[in-house]
Write a protein of this length. Structure first.
Length: 308
């Protein structure tokens, strides 16, 4: 019998489960599939926006949008077009019910467990295909899947229980390849992120102005220390690089942001004699706040205009 067995909603950034259906099947096959669910959850940010994993008599399908992934487990003979229509309904309802700020700041697993009610109702509808009312979307979905089929994750790509082995990076256009990391889109900007970006620019501008003043003072007084000029301009470069890291995705992005924050702290420590405590506190606090916002704004699993 073809049917949907379970479904869950997971945050792409860190694999945090936000909601899931209640499963009563404790068979060995289901227990194994739950392990695959966890393994996939940890690697969602590295996978395309629409994937299928075939695990013998079961299939795991998922789509990702706006930093959230919608996963489902079904029998191997369940129609693919119905599976992705089911995930599409979950996606639309979840986006309508919860704003992005809540999903980005959630810290507890299953903090949206009440969404399980909708998952269960939708699962019952899709398991009774004769009474399924959303047949109007099937033709569009079938065309979409033919034009851009889901990426087929092979069992050989599954590494140990700790995660995946390396998957080659390439340009993903629905042909089974993954988007290159440098072109990966980040999650939409939040208000705190905009504030941190503006404050970083302000700190960079202040450092730049003080740097030019230090050059003028150096030209007028031969005894002035040129290292102050270097410290001001390094502070400017660090602030501007934080802005760059916030806007664009790069490899080792989080590590770079921490190193940049460390440079900001070192520059301000060196400029201790030229700034009062409030100025030092402002520059260091802005640097820490920007580092936090860079850490929070992670790559999203797919482009926002995806319309599965």
């Amino acid at each position: 019998m073809s049917m949907i067995l379970s479904a869950s909603v997971v945050r792409v950034r860190d694999g945090l489960p936000l909601s899931a259906s209640t499963d009563y099947d404790q068979s060995t096959g289901m227990q194994e599939c739950r392990k695959y669910f966890k393994m996939l959850s940890k690697k969602l940010s590295q996978l395309p926006d629409r994937c299928t994993l075939k695990t013998g008599q079961y299939n795991i399908n998922f789509i990702s949008s706006l930093g959230v992934s919608y996963m489902m487990l079904c029998t191997e003979n369940y129609p693919s077009v119905l599976a992705f229509c089911f995930l599409d309904e979950l996606q639309k309802e979840f986006i309508t019910t919860y704003n992005m700020m809540k999903t980005n700041t959630a810290i507890r697993p299953y903090c949206f467990i009440e969404f399980d009610n909708f998952i269960q109702r939708t699962k019952q509808r899709y398991n009774n295909t004769r009474s399924l009312s959303t047949k109007m979307n099937l033709a569009d979905m079938q065309t979409e899947i033919k034009l851009r089929p889901p990426y087929q994750i092979s069992m050989s790509e599954l590494g140990s229980a700790n995660g995946f082995s390396h998957i080659p990076v390439g340009e993903y256009k629905g042909t089974g390849k993954i988007s290159a990391a440098p072109h990966q889109r980040l999650e939409p900007v939040t208000l705190p992120g905009i504030v941190s970006f503006v404050l970083s620019l302000l700190c960079g501008a202040l450092n730049l102005i003080r740097g030019f003043h230090a050059i003028e003072s150096l030209l007028q007084n031969e005894g002035e220390d040129f290292s102050y000029v270097i410290a001001f301009f390094l502070g400017t470069a660090a602030c501007l690089y934080q802005c760059y890291l916030f806007v664009y995705y790069t490899g080792w992005r989080n590590a770079k942001s921490f190193l940049t924050f460390g440079l900001i702290c070192l520059c301000n420590m060196y400029l201790y004699e030229l700034r009062n405590l409030w100025q030092l506190f402002f520059h260091v606090t802005v640097g820490a706040f920007s580092t936090l916002q860079i850490r929070l704004r992670q790559p999203q699993g797919k482009s926002p205009d995806y319309n599965v």
